[in-house]
Ligand binder design. Sequence first.
Ligand code: GAF
Length: 405
Amino acid sequence: MTATEHGLSRTAAAFRDIYGAEPQGIWAAPGRVNLIGEHTDYNDGFVMPLALPHTTLAAASARTDGVLRLHSGGADGGIVELRVDALRPAPGSASEVLEQSRGGAQRSGGWAAYPAGIVWAMREAGLPVGGADLHYDSTVPTGAGLSSSAALEVATALALNDLYGLDLAPQRLAQLAQRAENAFVGVPCGIMDQTAAACCTEGHALFLDTRDLTRRQVPFDLAQEGLRLLVVDTRVQHELGDGAYAERRAGCERGARALGVRALREVPYAHLPEALATLADEPVVQALVRHIVTENHRVEEVIDHLDAGRTRAIGPLLTAGHASLRDDFKISCRELDLAVDTAHAAGALGARMTGGGFGGSAIVLVEAADATAVSTAVTEAFAAAGHAAPRIFEAVPSAGAHRLR
Ligand code: GAF
């Protein structure tokens, strides 16, 4: 039995145990790493994620009584039971979900807000979505900057899409998932993670222009070229909802206003010196703007190299991206810097933090022959610094969300 078949039967069996019937189907959505283009997605810019082989599985059946039941193999607590017509984005602290219990309405936070938010967003969009029973199992590490939330959202959106015969395009599912996360969960994220979970394809990185949502699948077969992309999960838990992400976003918006553009994407790389001069009195905003403008440029350079078959040449651009996130955007941390610096010193072609920052994971581009030495060097450096052992694995570009059964 393959790992996927094993996961499928385990998830189906869990669904039967919990809800007492076979699920109507099982859906999968992956986690992601972002190759380049960080914090550009809420500035109308460019991103380039790829899906991981790690997935969230959702086993699900529709219900006719307007009840939504949610259960997770990875979370403590039992079934979360809600009425779909009572779902409301929580005012103020939006990381809460209105939860119906036998004793009446109550609030509780946590993972269930993500799938509940999907049902809410679909209904808000006027889609005929009712109740459902859902059970989740996931191999996407949580809090590791690998988009476990987007995997949960998109697996739910695709399950409901199929159960209710909606026939929505993957990008539309991603937009509904972003709406759920922004308005229901209360995290002001961009569209990258949900699009990665919904639209990535095996063997490719996804080039996405977040202004008009045009996409291109860029072949990214590292094994064929004797290369590897490693993920170093630092085990430093990352949280997008803690305010620092929203602060960066607000700073970028302030920069755009000061420069008289709708979004920082509109500042051409060639005009960066003038833009920085305009912001001379606001050094923090100035540094945020410098990151966004140079990062969009780096994405374009990475695309050019990949299109020309010069994969090794992207290494220094990844490393430059890390320096920019560390020094200008100020969202790295000691463990991420140590992973990147050590990987470099041990012979990596390039390395950078990936995702929202403040912890989470780094990616490392290495010659296949150096992968073990680089991993060992990073693990040893973490031990010497007294940090928890990092989790290191290979990022194999994998499929976006799909139905398994
Ligand atoms: C997080 C967000 F969810 C994304 O939208 C993106 O902004 C990313 O951080 C940074 O590139 O993953």
